[in-house]
Design a protein around this ligand. Sequence first.
Ligand code: ZN
Ligand code: ZN
Length: 364
Amino acid sequence: MPSSVLKQGRLPVVPYPAGLHLQAVHTSDVAAAYRLAASRPGRCGDGSPRSRLRAEPLGAPARWGRRQAPKSSPEMTLWPDSGASRTGEGGSMPVWICEACANHFPPTPAPPATCPICSDERQWVPPSGQGWTTSEALLAAGHHCQVRTVEPGLTGVGVDPPVGIGQRALLVQTEEGNLLWDPPGLVDRSAVEAVAALGRLAFVTASHPHFYGATADWHDATGARVVVPEEDAGWLTRSDVPATSWGGAWEILPGVTLVQCGGHFPGSAVVHWAAGAQGAGALLTGDTIMVTPGRDRLTFVWSAPNHLPLAEGAVRRIREAVSPYRFDRVYGGWWDSVIETGAQQLLDASVERYCQLLRGEAAR
Ligand SMILES: [Zn+2]
Ligand SMILES: [Zn+2]
């Protein structure tokens, strides 16, 4: 059962490292790192698909990337202090932001030729062509962060006017640190200050590659560890930051579990927050399980903008992945994408209706 698996695999977060640490990988050598990890004995967990955390005893060599490992006691720092801090280690080289998806790319003198996220079938490139911007340009144009309490223990962080796909992040608070989920593509000082006031930011991660956004900026500002599903690690666009891979299910903080569902992307995930919805449980789903505009059903996509559906098997695997968890509420990827109550039953009904339509068995 996931509960026993998660106990085994849960990462001690304060101080870091303590007891066990997860293997960190740099995306440029991610394939080699995975081969190395697979060949090592002593991996944590029971070996089931739900337990593939890459935990190793202390003393094993950590595989951090070119940057240094996270501080043992990360302290929140204000960010950005100046334009220079947003230009990466290359000084004058900007961090490029794709205008269509708002994912960030490593600092380079000129922007990349294309955005691999938007060139993929699940996203889109504007007919006018690939466009790029920077944090400085977005701030100068009046974009700024909005921080709102969503419910006790859960805070939203969005951008107004929205950038890229327009998702708002969710910050889940626990006594052992906080998790930031689905960060949008811009961070400003007010957001960093607001998040700092709510406690130590331990982790930053996302439901899927469309929503990696300003993940690296949060890491730079706070020391939070970047977490990415093993199967989607190659999509992490800021490949110059260290990242920790995971798979299956991982209770990353007490009562806060990352659950890999697949579907939209192989690593597409949700967060189960046991204390959410006043203790009834909540799922944070991004695009993994989508809330419809009428907020009266849930749906599933291979591509949202291109209106491409998921196969029945993938939809049923999503349902199966979340079946061990109790929840009454679903938070999708945007401010208004919320099923306030009855979400577990609604998910069951939505799965059945979706599969009826795929099979051509739907009553007219
Ligand atoms: Zn893009
Ligand atoms: Zn998506």
